[in-house]
Ligand binder design. Structure first.
Ligand code: MRU
Length: 346
């Protein structure tokens, strides 16, 4: 299995996703600031994976706090969490994981800071192992939407690399294969960062799941030709009404799918649902460096001086979504109700 991130010998080790597929090298963090850098610079990316990285970063930060005074420790720990929380704005898993770490400190009856530090490391490791189990569970639930011999279109990378392992959208595809179905995947390349071409294609080729790479502008044509049966994507933040933020270009895929009567599913853990946000209008959208658009593989492709837009995510309105696959079940419209129900389940 691909190891996206792990805690080993008091260090956080991540596969460097900027270098894939050419090189399989690892980025080692022994300081929480290196984890922030890794998240900002996309060494690690994908909503659940950056949540895990944030939790491990917080554990590294806690380790570096030199005080035996509990109140002092709490103040400094919360500051570190706030700093990590600013690394990227759209994926809610980042703040979800940090809140979980902060709650642990807040509610713990442990008085010794050294013991608390060990408990935080354990909590971060649990977030990782739980994420893998959640993906397997949602994969099992979601594979039912994939028919035998289906062709699935996916956008960006919602695979093992974007999570603790197994993946969300790709987890559903893996589970369909494990259930004995023949599945093939069409992967959008996902400009500008090319998560589809570099990461999804790499993962699926490794797993011997048939995958065909296309550029983003080809999806509509393939849909019209009847070559896509179902669309499954991941999510960075789901609002209480089901509106879903995911990688830029997802909205266009959803529009095309609706036009051609192709079901469009979102696969995500419940930690990606932001119950505080009523609609997608309130989801913050990250703007990234214009170089991601003007350059490909380090080579400039656009004239100097041209103005550039680079929103990293868009929001697909809930009315375009056939279902949201979570570890607690396949959520259907009306989403306000089905999403509120999973919240009550705890
Ligand atoms: O900018 P990225 O690569 O972090 O964006 C990732 C996505 O949009 C994924 O589809 C999403 O995080 C779901 S990952 C299971």
């Amino acid at each position: 299995m691909i190891k996206t991130i792990e805690w080993k010998n008091d260090r956080v080790i991540m596969i460097d996703q900027r270098k894939l597929p050419e090189k399989e090298i690892y980025f080692v963090c022994s300081d929480y600031r290196q984890v922030i850098k890794a998240i900002k610079e996309m060494v690690i990316r994908g909503a659940p994976a950056i949540g895990i990285a944030a939790a491990m970063g917080a554990a590294l930060g806690a380790k570096s706090i030199e005080t035996r005074n509990l109140d002092d420790f709490k103040v400094r720990f919360n500051k570190i969490c706030e700093e990590i929380g600013r690394a990227r704005p759209t994926a809610v898993n980042l703040s979800w994981a940090l809140k979980r770490m902060q709650n642990l400190v807040e509610k713990s009856s442990i008085k010794k800071t050294e013991t608390l530090k060990k408990t935080l490391i354990q909590e971060a490791r649990s977030i990782l192992s739980e994420d893998i189990a959640i993906n397997k569970r949602l994969g099992f639930i979601g594979q039912k939407v994939i028919k035998d011999r289906a062709t699935v279109l996916t956008h960006c990378n919602a695979g093992a690399l974007a999570t603790g392992g197994y993946g969300t959208a790709l987890g559903v595809i893996r589970a369909a294969k494990e259930a004995g179905k023949q599945v093939q995947v069409i992967a959008d390349e996902t400009r500008p960062f090319l998560q589809g071409a570099r990461l999804t294609a790499w993962e699926l080729v490794r797993d011997h799941i048939p995958v065909t790479l296309i550029t983003d502008n080809m999806a509509g044509y393939l849909m019209k030709k009847g070559l896509i049966d179902v669309v499954i994507v991941g999510a960075d933040r789901i609002a209480a009404n089901g509106d879903t933020a995911n990688k830029i270009g997802t909205y266009s895929v959803a529009i095309s799918a609706k036009e051609h009567g192709i079901p469009f599913y979102v696969a995500a853990p419940c930690s990606t649902i932001d119950h505080q946000i009523k609609t997608g209008e309130d989801i913050p959208i990250e703007e990234r460096n214009e170089k991601e658009v003007t350059h490909i593989g380090g080579k400039r492709i656009a004239p100097p001086g041209v103005s550039v837009l680079n929103p990293a995510f868009d929001v697909t309105p809930h009315s375009f979504i056939a279902g949201i696959i979570t570890e607690k079940g396949l959520l259907k419209a009306p989403y306000r109700r089905s999403i509120a129900k999973v919240r009550q389940k705890g």
